[in-house]
Design a protein around this ligand. Structure first.
Ligand code: LRH
Ligand code: MN
Ligand code: MN
Length: 424
């Protein structure tokens, strides 16, 4: 991790400015009847999980350009995750992907203890073939026409649950690439039936205090049809499986312009929203840094979450799911965690009483203006103060750069090759 003295020195140089900015914002918010301390407390309590797979440089199907000091294996990845949390105090947990992160659970537990991190949802992977694997997933996994292939995919998911159980995880996220590239290639209805039958068997293997998340995605790798293509299919799955099954919304898995915040509201209404994969996108599942393309949409998602806070049974797993092709992944994950936390704080300062009034009176203009007033408020001093009070960094990226962490680990970590394209 980063030497605490470096963080202290970096913070010392910024504390006076931050105090002035914080006080000024506090007075401005007070005029609007908002207590800045309450917002800071909310910021401090907020957390989002880092995806282990986001710590390495991703790639496209054309190329991968790895940087210096890439993590080699899950233990290095957890070290990088610990640095992200040390600097932001916003990422207390990590989401693992099996088999990419497969390791002795006792060693994973030990590393988590050493780094102070916890494990969020486990992710299974039946969208790739692994070396030595008996049956191929080229034509599907949990919904494959061949029962032995389905069996293998079910067994893999049960193994993910078992690993997760040993390291304190409480959920399994299932995303499959199953689908078809051509009309007629598969029976749309029978394929879905086979998928459900496999999921029933995984569901039966869940410990009592676990949940299973169904993650939908409109297309890719399948280009004509996808088994769990949309939130409707995902909701059907969660409702059919039972109480422990919920839906996971990856922001990048929708057609352009889809109203994701409305999906969020509907799934909460159904008691079936389990969590998120946060990222941003311009065209498809671009997996860009959260809040860098459409920050207003991220805010609107959090606006629904804050409005519906306190709904019975609502317990969300906030996770990031990104791929960093041209930036240092640690920096991108820092930025993303801060942007997600920013959207949460901005949504927390919406004047809900005024908004309800405008909605009652059908005052569309003022209702929209009420949301924009919150979105336009620069809450950076709140985020920075939350970090300072937790001994994290007022400016996490600048502090990370000052620490020369990447150069240091580059000396110890063998350079990874750019061979092979990236993945999802
Ligand atoms: C699929 C996905 C899913 C995978 C991850 C690597 O596009 O979003 O969550 O597990 O990417
Ligand atoms: Mn995802
Ligand atoms: Mn994705």
């Amino acid at each position: 991790m980063i030497n605490a003295q470096i963080i202290e020195a970096e913070n010392a140089a910024r504390t006076a400015d931050l105090s002035a900015d914080y006080d000024a914002l506090g007075s401005r918010l007070a005029r609007r009847g908002i207590d800045i301390e309450a917002l800071t407390a909310r910021a401090m309590a907020f957390g989002v999980a880092v995806p282990s797979w986001g710590t390495g440089t991703g790639g496209t199907r054309f190329a991968r350009f790895p940087g210096e000091g890439e993590p080699n294996g899950i233990m290095d990845k957890l070290d990088d995750c610990a640095v992200i949390h040390q600097l932001t105090d916003a990422t207390p947990s990590v989401s693992l992907h099996i088999p990419w992160d497969k390791a002795d659970p006792a060693l994973l537990r030990e590393k988590a203890e050493e780094t102070g991190l916890a494990f969020d949802a486990m992710n299974s992977n039946t969208f790739q073939d692994q070396p030595g694997q008996a049956l191929s997933y080229k034509f599907g996994s949990l919904s494959h026409a061949d029962s032995a292939t389905r069996e293998q995919a079910v067994a893999h998911n049960l193994e993910c649950i078992e690993i997760g159980r040993q390291i304190g995880s409480k959920a399994l996220t299932v995303w499959i690439g199953d689908g078809s590239n051509f009309p007629g290639q598969t029976s749309l209805s029978k394929q879905f039936d086979r998928y459900l039958e496999s999921m029933h068997r995984i569901y039966a293997g869940l410990p009592d205090d676990w949940r299973i998340f169904s993650e939908h995605k409109i297309y890719e790798p399948a280009f004509y049809s996808t088994v769990v293509q949309d939130w409707g299919s995902s909701l059907m799955i969660a409702q059919e499986l039972g109480e422990k099954a919920q839906c996971l919304v990856d922001l990048g898995h929708h057609a352009p312009n889809v109203n994701i915040e409305m999906i969020v509201a509907r799934l909460i209404r159904a008691g079936k929203l389990g969590g998120f994969h946060f990222n941003d996108s311009k065209y498809g599942d671009d997996d860009l840094d959260s809040g860098t393309i459409e920050p207003f949409r991220l805010f609107l998602v959090f606006n629904e979450l804050v409005e519906l806070e306190g709904t019975a049974g609502l317990d969300l797993a906030h996770m990031i799911d990104q791929s960093h092709n041209v930036t240092d992944p640690i920096e991108s994950l820092i930025i993303s965690a801060c942007e997600i936390q920013r959207a949460f704080v901005q949504a927390s300062l919406v004047d809900r009483i005024a908004l309800e009034g405008y909605q009652r009176e059908s005052d569309a203009l003022m209702a929209a203006a009420t949301l924009r007033a919150a979105f336009r408020t620069d809450v950076e001093p709140i985020l920075a103060m939350a970090r300072l009070r937790a001994n994290a960094a007022i400016d996490p990226v600048a502090t990370y750069r000052a620490s020369a962490y990447r150069a240091e680990v580059a000396e110890k970590r063998p350079k990874s090759s750019g061979a092979g394209g990236g993945i999802v």
